[in-house]
Ligand binder design. Structure first.
Ligand code: FE2
Length: 98
C-alpha cells in the first residue's frame, strides 16, 4: 500500500510508471520534432520554447527511469505512439496536449 491510500502495489506502480515513461519519451520526441519544423509567425521564438519543453519532457522521463529502477523494475524503451502527432503549423501544435 502506498501512502495516500492509492492502493497500488509495487508491481502496479512500476507498470504505471512504465506507461508514464512511454508517454514522456513520446512527448520529448514530439516537442523536439515540432521545434525543428514549426512554421509561421514567431516561429523562431516558438522553436526555442518547444526545445525547452522537449528538454523538460526528457528530464521527466529520466526521473521516471530512476524511480522504476529504485523500485526494482525493468526499464523499457517504449514510446506511446498516440503522442507522436506530426504538425508544422503553430495553431495545430498549440492544440496538442501532453
Ligand atoms: Fe512531462
Amino acid at each position: 500500500m502506498i501512502h495516500g491510500g492509492v492502493g497500488m502495489d509495487k508491481t502496479g506502480l512500476v507498470t504505471k510508471l512504465t506507461e508514464m515513461l512511454a508517454q514522456e519519451n513520446a512527448c520529448a520526441i514530439r516537442y523536439a520534432t515540432h521545434a525543428a519544423v514549426v512554421e509561421g509567425p514567431y516561429a523562431e521564438t516558438v522553436k526555442a520554447r518547444l526545445k525547452e519543453i522537449a528538454g523538460d519532457e526528457a528530464r521527466h522521463a529520466e526521473i521516471l527511469r530512476d524511480r522504476i529502477v529504485a523500485l526494482g523494475g525493468d526499464l523499457e524503451m517504449r514510446v506511446r505512439s498516440e503522442d507522436l502527432i506530426p504538425a508544422k503549423e503553430l495553431t495545430r501544435i498549440l492544440k496538442l496536449k501532453g
